[in-house]
Ligand binder design. Structure first.
Ligand code: ADP
Ligand code: MG
Length: 212
């Protein structure tokens, strides 16, 4: 059984911020094709701000405070539509961790589910509308289903990552119904949604962090 401590969560945010810095150009290029080319900048700024703010929390912080602090910093740092979407995801993760001092396998699976649900509730996008929901929703479902079959967290996150990659790939065949790229109609066909691509980056970091 994995036990994720506040220190684990802090270093997870650092991992995600570093990954977004590496992926920034690719994400901006994807957004350049069907949006306004800023998605990599938004994700890098948001997670850098979140990682810095959580790293400054003292030893009395609990997981809820880590996620809530990350949410507030992400929202303040990002003007793009990914700002409120990820801030809501992080707030929901905070609510899901309420009262816990560390997070076990079940709790971490619920964190992934809370993330996906938060993004869906905030943006009102369904699967098939060419958004980050096309990666997050199947990832959360695969994660939960692996856990229900008794898999340990690492295997649940492997299932989540696989599902996120398949979901992101599938956005190439979709016409966008939400967000900036919905103005393009079928000109968006053939191109991966940048938000789905960055969701794969976040889930890859989760997977790498909790894999033995
Ligand atoms: P902006 O479109 O404001 O420039 P970003 O470039 O940071 O914001 O993010 C774009 C991504 O946000 C899209 O690729 C898509 O995945 C996601 N997105 C946009 N609108 C929604 C929505 N209503 N629900 C879920 N995701 C959305
Ligand atoms: Mg954009």
């Amino acid at each position: 059984m994995t036990v994720a401590t506040v220190e684990d969560l802090k270093s997870l945010f650092t991992d995600i911020a570093e990954a977004m810095a590496r992926e920034k150009d690719r994400l901006c290029e994807l957004d350049g094709v069907i949006g306004d080319a800023d998605h990599g900048i938004a994700m890098e700024l948001g997670f850098a701000a979140a990682a810095k703010a959580v790293s400054e929390l003292d030893e009395t912080a609990d997981p809820t405070l880590v996620f809530n602090t990350a949410a507030k910093s992400f929202l303040n740092a990002v003007g793009a539509s990914s700002g409120p979407l990820y801030a809501t995801a992080l707030m929901r993760a905070g609510a899901s961790a309420k009262g816990k001092t560390s997070l076990n396998d079940d709790d971490m699976v619920e964190i992934v589910a809370a993330f996906a649900k938060g993004i869906q509730d905030r943006g009102k996008a369904e699967v098939g509308e060419k958004t980050m929901v096309d990666a997050w929703a199947p990832a959360a479902a695969a994660c939960r289903s692996a856990r229900e079959q008794g898999q340990p967290l690492a295997a649940c996150l492997t299932a989540a990552l696989e599902a996120a990659k398949v979901g992101a790939e599938a956005t190439k065949d979709m016409i966008a119904a939400k967000g900036r790229s919905s103005r393009l109609g079928d000109r968006a066909l053939g191109h991966m949604d940048p938000g789905a691509a960055s969701a794969v980056v976040v889930i890859s970091c989760l997977h790498a962090h909790f894999s033995p």
